[in-house]
Design a protein around this ligand. Structure first.
Ligand code: MTE
Ligand code: HPA
Ligand code: MOS
Length: 772
């Protein structure tokens, strides 16, 4: 892999590790910068009776306060639904909600003033769990339904029916760089915003609404993020809006940067899910019917909860053909943070649920779970290869990745070894599990599937590259440089990648849904092709050729295919182009073809294609402590013809480890008053280098170029996250070895406590097996 010329290091790798890479908050700040500090709500649900701000003027450096009354435009930062106040007027809806922001000359002064503000509340009873919300009919929006086939008859015909409830918990993004933004008021009522945002155009739109000025007055720029993971798709907006509001009110530059605890307390997380299902199947394990209700905890406002629920519903089948299926999705409303996008966008919840159901079927029938998985894969043509929402899976690669990982991991022989180990050890047990992933690529909001680029060539032959995507560590800029260099046939060193900015490319989509390279890559290529065509005409004249179409652009030279000796340097063509008054800048544009979805019918072709992968995880658990060790992981991931294998493998490793954190160690705990107890790394355990498996083998599927995607590559950002379901199922397999029950109840995340409880359950050897 290392000798693959496409395996370029991340374009900022050296600057990342040497500390030279500039993040939003590292920029040289203008003089007169003001700082903000929030006053957070003390209750999860309460009426605001009085805000006492007396004596603040005595604090040196205190400047002003921001309350709901200061908002000149619309007091809302909700994008899908206008239900998210930037600053509350009369009630608070979650513990930690910012009620007032203090503006001061220093951060310390702002903090001091904030501590002096007293707010009187009338405390109300909050709704804190999905179950509580269901009982109180506290919901966001209507139930979404997708269905096919005939459930009633299919259930009647099934040899077996199982029912159950599954709860999957949330996850904090824990990006290394917390939410941050700063704003300079400039010119006449213009605002330059620097924001750590995945979606600069939406940040611009929200600021425009909050300030009540048109979008062209606002420029939002994102240099790079220290991680986003979905947590900066919408949740960066209120932070930037508050900084902009302070800049507007004071006429001074203003800055918000959240401390780690403030970030964890105030920002939305991955949605917890509750599933209630009934599944019908045959004695050979063939799935016949699935009737399932999904509930997600949206928190106090809608944010992106609807498309996230929808993606969970799109992925409730994972890789399995379920002929009769009805899935109902309901987002519930609680007095918690507003949950948001997180790597996989609902897909992980949907898939973790169906994989647990599959495991339960397997144990019921005393068959290996991987056998049930294989027997139910989408296959063939037509109906058996078509999802419940009506999309046919052209180019189905499930079996390919599955067989390859099975063989590469020596699955069968290791299974026997593990059985032996388990027979010889009473208190340590090992488990092995293999799980597949099929993940739909495209924004499910069809209009988001477009992108733009802007390329500027200067007279000296140096080039600025702009596009609508943002860099959050995933290597998008590296890939875009590679695409541009390949498309224009020039050395990569000619390019300077510019910070993402709304004054370069307008109306951009979030960098999300793993489609950053797919969309922006095509737009960049398009801009290069436009420039190439113009330059080819200039070059053809110089070379005395009639046909500019024949010209090849390669390694900084332009030459004629049939007479390679007729060549001209790229720099020279650029100079000539300027002299001949030929434009040296171009915008590129792309929209994904051939996708559509009708939400009313619950049918269509929402995804341009699917990304596939499969993983085998081997774990060992300790019966005394409930801890587990991940002994070995083998992955085969389909990334098409990789744009950059080095970066893709990094994405696969990182995604997998983050998924493992979600399912096995990251536990969010709220108390009975809705106060988050786990708002620091001391109480919220994320994976570290110690938890990374010693044997971690990642393979990219070979000969896998995908038609119609940028240079045959496939999206890689989110799909590997869900491969971590194999760790959870591996742990379940190890727990099973402690007893002989026909189902294994394992809470999520599979913390030592959850594992010990599960071991206790299997050792009870109860015959009556009804899952609560
Ligand atoms: N990798 C790093 N290092 N940091 C991130 O924040 N975000 C993930 C993934 N990989 C993320 C990451 C998420 S949620 C998505 S949607 C994709 O990257 C977005 O980038 P892409 O579309 O360019 O792959
Ligand atoms: N993924 C991520 N973000 C999104 C999506 C999606 O499918 N749709 C809207 N925002
Ligand atoms: Mo990723 S959750 O689509 O930002």
């Amino acid at each position: 892999m290392k000798d693959n010329p496409k395996s370029k290091s991340h374009e900022s790798a050296i600057n990342h590790v040497s500390g030279k890479a500039i993040y939003t908050d590292d920029q040289r700040l203008p003089s007169g910068m003001l700082y903000l500090w929030p006053v957070l709500s003390s209750y999860a649900k309460a009426k605001i009776l009085k805000i006492d701000t007396a004596n603040l003027n005595h604090i040196p450096g205190f400047v002003t306060l921001l309350t709901a009354d200061d908002i000149p435009g619309i007091n809302n930062t909700g994008t899908i639904k206008h239900d998210e106040v930037l600053l509350p007027h009369d009630e608070v809806n979650y513990w930690g909600q910012p009620v007032v922001w203090v503006v001061a000359e220093t951060e310390i002064a702002a903090q001091k003033a904030a501590e002096m503000i007293k707010i009187d509340y009338e405390v109300l009873t909050p709704i804190l769990t999905i179950q509580d919300a269901i009982l109180n009919n506290s919901v966001h929006g209507d139930t979404n339904i997708m269905r096919r086939g005939n459930l009633t008859t299919a259930l009647q015909k099934s040899d077996f029916i199982l029912t159950g409830n599954i709860e999957i918990q949330g996850q904090d993004h824990f990006y290394l760089e917390t939410q941050v933004a700063w704003v300079i008021p400039n010119l006449e009522d213009g605002y330059q915003v620097y924001s750590s945002t995945q979606h600069p155009s939406e940040t611009q739109a929200i600021i425009s609404e909050v300030l009540g000025i048109p979008r062209n007055q606002i420029v939002v720029t994102c240099l790079r993020m220290g991680g986003g993971f979905g947590g900066k798709e919408t949740q960066a907006n209120p932070i930037a809006a508050i900084a902009a509001l302070a800049a507007k009110k004071t006429g001074c530059p203003a800055r918000v940067r959240l401390k780690r605890d403030q970030d964890m307390i105030t920002t939305g997380k991955r949605h917890p899910f509750l599933a209630q299902y009934q599944v019908g199947f045959n004695s050979d394990g063939q799935l016949l019917a699935l009737d399932i209700d999904l509930y997600s905890d949206g928190g106090w406002s809608v944010d992106l909860s609807f498309p996230i629920m929808q993606r969970a519903m799109f992925h409730i089948d994972n890789c399995y053909y379920i002929p009769n299926l009805e899935v109902r999705g309901q987002v519930v409303k609680t007095n918690k943070v507003s949950n948001t996008a997180f790597r996989g966008f609902g897909g992980p919840q949907g898939m973790a649920i169906i994989e647990q159901i599959i495991d339960k079927i397997a144990r019921k029938l005393s068959l290996p779970p991987e056998t049930i998985r294989e027997r139910n894969f989408y296959h063939g043509e037509g109906e058996t290869n078509t999802t419940h929402y009506g999309q046919e899976i052209v180019d189905n690669r499930i079996v390919r990745v599955w067989e390859e990982v099975k063989q590469k991991s020596n699955f069968e022989s290791r299974k026997l070894e593990i059985e032996q180990f388990n027979q010889n050890h009473d208190y340590q047990k090992r488990g092995l599990a293999m799980t597949p992933v099929k993940f739909g690529i495209s924004f499910t909001k069809t209009e988001y599937n477009q992108a733009g680029a802007l390329i500027l060539i200067y007279q000296d032959g140096s080039i600025q590259l702009n596009h609508g995507g943002t860099e959050m560590g995933q290597g998008l800029q590296t890939k875009m440089l590679q695409v541009a260099s390949q498309a224009l046939g020039v050395n990569i060193k000619r390019f300077r990648i510019m910070p993402t900015s709304t004054d370069k490319v307008p109306n951009t989509s979030a960098t999300a849904a793993s489609s950053g390279s797919d969309l922006n890559g095509q737009a960049v290529k398009n801009a290069c092709e436009i420039l190439k065509q113009r330059l080819a005409e200039v070059a053809a004249k110089v070379l005395n050729l009639d046909e500019p179409q024949d010209l090849i652009f390669e390694e900084d030279w332009i030459y004629c295919q049939s007479y390679p000796r007729y060549k001209i340097a790229f720099d020279e063509v650029v100079k000539q182009a300027y002299n001949q008054r030929v434009s040296l800048s171009a915008t590129g544009y792309y929209r994904t073809p051939n996708i559509d979805y009708d939400p009313k019918l619950g049918k269509g072709r929402p995804f341009y294609y699917y990304a596939y992968g499969a993983a085998v995880s081997e774990v060992e658990i300790d019966g005394f402590t409930g801890t587990f060790k991940l002994r070995q992981v083998d992955i085969v991931q389909d990334v098409g013809e990789s744009l950059n294998p080095l970066i893709d493998i990094g994405q696969i490793e990182g995604g997998f480890v983050q998924g493992m954190g979600w399912l096995t160690m990251e536990e969010l705990v709220w108390d009975e008053q809705g106060r988050l107890k786990t708002f620091a790394p001391s109480t919220y355990k994320i994976p570290t280098i110690k938890e990374i498996p010693k044997n971690f083998n990642v393979h990219l599927l070979k000969r896998a170029a995908q038609d119609g995607v940028i240079y045959g590559s496939k999206a890689v950002g989110e799909p590997p996250f869900m491969l971590a379901i194999s760790v959870r199922e591996g742990i379940r397999d190890a727990i099973a070895a402690f007893g002989n029950r026909d189902f294994i109840l394992l809470a999520s995340p599979a913390t030592p406590e959850a594992i010990l409880n599960a071991i206790e359950q299997v050792q009870l050897k109860l015959v009556n097996s009804s899952e609560p």
